[in-house]
Design a protein around this ligand. Sequence first.
Ligand code: HEC
Ligand code: HEC
Ligand code: HEC
Ligand code: HEC
Ligand code: HEC
Ligand code: HEC
Ligand code: HEC
Ligand code: HEC
Ligand code: HEC
Ligand code: HEC
Length: 284
Amino acid sequence: MRASLAIALLFAAGAFAFEEGGEWAGTELCQGCHEDIAKAFLKSNPHSSLDTNTRRGWQTRACEACHGSGVKHAESAEASLIRNPGKLAVALADKTCLSCHANQPSRSGRVMTGHARQQVSCVSCHPVHKKGPDPRTQCGSCHQGESLSFAKPHSHPVRQGAMSCADCHNPHGGVLSKAVSTFIGNEPGCLQCHGDKRGPFAYEHAPMRTEGCGACHEPHGSTNPRMLTRPSIAQSCLECHAGTGAGFGGVPPAFHDLRSPRYRNCTTCHMKIHGSHVSKALLR
Ligand code: HEC
Ligand code: HEC
Ligand code: HEC
Ligand code: HEC
Ligand code: HEC
Ligand code: HEC
Ligand code: HEC
Ligand code: HEC
Ligand code: HEC
Ligand code: HEC
């Protein structure tokens, strides 16, 4: 709200005046003074296609797609006469990028996350000219706690480089809270890799759909085998199957002697804990 107000005020104050008038310096002129940047840009930056693609409207003047008209700057070489997204307030810098990337049918271009709200701009993850490290490996520099969690004995192989935070989160935001791309019940995220838990099962274990995988697992890693939320399986199960509270699972029938170790390892018998095609009691 505040950010959009700030943008509106800046428009009113004419802060973007250099964009109007339709006069452009052109890439060649920029290249005359910024040789290294322009060379590297034209050689390997994905945005260099702007310089040649006639459908996007920036051919021969790709630099100005992000920097605004550089006519006055090119005459004077005065830094204050050109827009540098790296020095703008986050909301304004993001606006530069979103003029093309908003609402793309991909994962990008939405500003629904805490990232946008908390001043982490597009450019902090995607520097344009500096050859930045892969943004998928940079999450831990700010999220140290989450990153450390993956060092626990039972965890996803994120620290080994076999998968990344972005396999489960969309850093650009999404419809689910915590920018989780995949979670509750039978949504694609966890299931994109653990497809055998997808079903449909004739007898699905109810919390698979209602609370999702997180009812029993800690996706960021756990000291418990199978990344379970509790040290022993019985503890996990009895959170819902001890007969307290509404909407929970039923109490195990009386023949379950819960003091006996034999009965405490529930999944030795209830083997199809995620769902079964044949057994209502999830036994096989
Ligand atoms: C006549 C030489 C010249 C031309 C032509 C020129 N620049 Fe510059 N530009 C400079 C100089 C010199 C600086 C550094 C000014 C300073 O540090 O005070 C600069 C700085 C910049 C900056 C940094 C501004 C800041 O606030 O940090 C950007 C961005 C930039 N130029 C983009 C462009 C673009 C885009 C073009 C083409 C439209 C262009 N320049 C054309 C000489 C030029
Ligand atoms: C996709 C957007 C985009 C395009 C296209 C683009 N730039 Fe930039 N430019 C940026 C951003 C963002 C920064 C801030 C620093 C960074 O992230 O690399 C920047 C910074 C700069 C700077 C300041 C460098 C510094 O070290 O502070 C110069 C000079 C510059 N750009 C020149 C150019 C020239 C010349 C072109 C065309 C050949 C160009 N830019 C095309 C986004 C762009
Ligand atoms: C004038 C339109 C335009 C603007 C403004 C723009 N982009 Fe792009 N961006 C593109 C195009 C075109 C591509 C090439 C891929 C494609 O065709 O979608 C691209 C690709 C990218 C990619 C993908 C790179 C890859 O390796 O696949 C990233 C990341 C990106 N842009 C970030 C930014 C950021 C950050 C900004 C703001 C500083 C920005 N863009 C501004 C048009 C734009
Ligand atoms: C420059 C620092 C920085 C980097 C790098 C960074 N984050 Fe964040 N992240 C933040 C901040 C700040 C918040 C907001 C925290 C808050 O609201 O309490 C946040 C929030 C989040 C959230 C919570 C959900 C939300 O939308 O608020 C998730 C999930 C997240 N980041 C994932 C990631 C992933 C995945 C990456 C790597 C692709 C990443 N972050 C990289 C700073 C960063
Ligand atoms: C917290 C870090 C972070 C921020 C902030 C961020 N991105 Fe990304 N972005 C990523 C990561 C990581 C990927 C790679 C995702 C993947 O491989 O699944 C990516 C991929 C992309 C891509 C290429 C693939 C695609 O999904 O289209 C574009 C374009 C892009 N981002 C644009 C943007 C724009 C525009 C912004 C600002 C509105 C932005 N990003 C903000 C981390 C970030
Ligand atoms: C296997 C999937 C998975 C991976 C990999 C993963 N996360 Fe998460 N993350 C989740 C889920 C699911 C949640 C939501 C948990 C909840 O709602 O209790 C979450 C929550 C978060 C939150 C919000 C925490 C809060 O308390 O608000 C942040 C921040 C976050 N993850 C960052 C990261 C970072 C950084 C990485 C990489 C080091 C990462 N995640 C890797 C699945 C994953
Ligand atoms: C990008 C693929 C991918 C995604 C997405 C993913 N996982 Fe995994 N998962 C793996 C891999 C790889 C392993 C490690 C298998 C191994 O080491 O044997 C694993 C292991 C596990 C294990 C432990 C298995 C064991 O034997 O200890 C659990 C539980 C698990 N994942 C749950 C989840 C949950 C819950 C989510 C969603 C929040 C999720 N996974 C998302 C790839 C993924
Ligand atoms: C009601 C609790 C519960 C829920 C909900 C749950 N799991 Fe599990 N899961 C378990 C238990 C208990 C084990 C260990 C089984 C064992 O030791 O034999 C396990 C084991 C696993 C394993 C490793 C062994 C195997 O069968 O591959 C993976 C992977 C896994 N779960 C993924 C998921 C995913 C993905 C979801 C969500 C779609 C999910 N789980 C939801 C309780 C649950
Ligand atoms: C998050 C809560 C929750 C957890 C944790 C949980 N369950 Fe359930 N479980 C349920 C609910 C709800 C039902 C459906 C009860 C109903 O339909 O009457 C159910 C159904 C069952 C059923 C089938 C019973 C029936 O009446 O259809 C068995 C067997 C079962 N659970 C065993 C387990 C075991 C073993 C564990 C531990 C690995 C476990 N549950 C963990 C909530 C949970
Ligand atoms: C030695 C094997 C075994 C162990 C261990 C075991 N169960 Fe069972 N459980 C069964 C059998 C057999 C049934 C009855 C199935 C039937 O009536 O068709 C059953 C039934 C249930 C039911 C009711 C299912 C229904 O269809 O109404 C629940 C709930 C349940 N068990 C939970 C648990 C929990 C929680 C644990 C661990 C604390 C556990 N069980 C350990 C064998 C076992």
